[in-house]
Write a protein that binds this ligand. Structure first.
Ligand SMILES: C[C@@](CO)(OP(=O)(O)O)[C@H](O)COP(=O)(O)OP(=O)(O)OC[C@H]1O[C@@H](n2ccc(N)nc2=O)[C@H](O)[C@@H]1O
Ligand SMILES: Nc1ncnc2c1ncn2[C@@H]1O[C@H](COP(=O)(O)OP(=O)(O)O)[C@@H](O)[C@H]1O
Length: 272
């Protein structure tokens, strides 16, 4: 079975409180971004479960790769045969695009389908929450208002389908834990669902990401990319999640414009 774990963008992100478990409560809107890895999951030819990797190198021991952890989590509850998995990594890591979380969630969905476990979305979301705060979003993979740890969702009627978008990753791996440690929780600046219900032209003044304010003084390139996106005609631009990817939205355009950027930056151009 071949699946394509896609990334996500955060439209606005407020870090609102430290929780008793040490994690933070947040408020954000998550939308799928069609920049994707490729993940193949097959019954193993031999007795061992294996994971092979190509594409962007994934830091850490492959035994702790989130695809592998997704398999082990289900195997603890179901009689799964060994599998052979192959992940071709395309989405940059430590980018605020949720790429690792997507791999984990798509691995759960692929195993559910491959072995006809018939687990409903809510059950898969429960497993996904155990692998990471962002993971559960990718089970249903549709725009949602996310709160608590970013793993509880409310449906929203926001349709950005077809909107031209440019995502710029400056090659800077910001760990999520480091990013959270730099943010002081505070009350949301605006009611996010109300702000996003207004025309996209107004978002620049009302929709913000607390990580952007906290991280830009340490990484000025984040502010420079955002300014370049606005100078190129973006209607809205922001850091995604805890960074370091910055995106611009160009509604009404066929494709986002070309930008002069350092050669080492990774850029995704497309439509949502
Ligand atoms: C910031 C966000 C916003 O969408 O995305 P990314 O920038 O990573 O894509 C998410 O909250 C990232 O979720 P995820 O990447 O799954 O984080 P986890 O693996 O659960 O946690 C990594 C670390 O981040 C911190 N953490 C994470 C989530 C949360 N609600 N509060 C936290 O304090 C904790 O220090 C934790 O040890
Ligand atoms: N399949 C995977 N893809 C990406 N990262 C993975 C994967 N499996 C485990 N990881 C670990 O997760 C970390 C990425 O997490 P994070 O900084 O939250 O990035 P992201 O922006 O992709 O959510 C990496 O440092 C890596 O060690």
């Amino acid at each position: 079975m071949l699946v394509f774990p896609n990334a996500k963008l955060n439209l606005g992100l407020y870090v609102t409180a430290v929780r008793p478990d040490g994690f933070r409560n947040l408020e954000s809107v998550f939308v799928p971004l069609p920049w994707a890895d490729a993940l193949e999951v097959l019954p193993a030819a031999g007795p061992e479960t294996t994971l092979s990797l190509t594409g962007i190198p994934v830091p850490g021991d492959p035994a702790t790769n989130l695809c592998r952890r997704a398999y082990e989590l289900l195997r603890a509850d179901f009689e799964l045969p060994p599998v052979q998995m192959h992940l071709h990594k395309v989405v940059p890591i430590g980018a605020g695009l949720g790429g690792g979380s997507a791999d984990a969630a798509f691995a759960l969905k692929a195993l559910n389908d491959l072995f006809a476990l018939h687990l409903p979305a809510e059950t898969l979301e429960g497993y996904a929450r155990r692998l990471g705060s962002d993971c559960a979003f990718f089970i249903q993979n549709k725009p949602v208002f996310a709160y608590e740890k970013g793993d509880v969702f409310e449906n929203i009627s926001l349709d950005l389908t077809g909107t031209a978008c440019k995502v710029v990753y400056p090659g800077l791996h910001i760990s999520t834990a480091e990013a959270y440690s730099r943010v002081t929780p505070r009350a949301p600046r605006h009611e996010l669902r109300q702000a996003l219900a207004q025309p996209l032209e107004t978002w620049r003044d009302t929709v913000s990401n607390d990580f952007e304010d906290a991280l830009t003084p340490f990484y000025p390139m984040l502010g420079e990319i955002k300014q370049a996106l606005y100078a190129a005609g973006a209607t809205y631009a922001s850091l995604s999640g805890s960074g370091s990817a910055v995106y611009g939205l160009f509604p009404g355009q066929e494709q986002p414009p070309q930008l002069e950027l350092p050669k080492e930056y990774l850029v995704w151009d497309g439509r949502l």
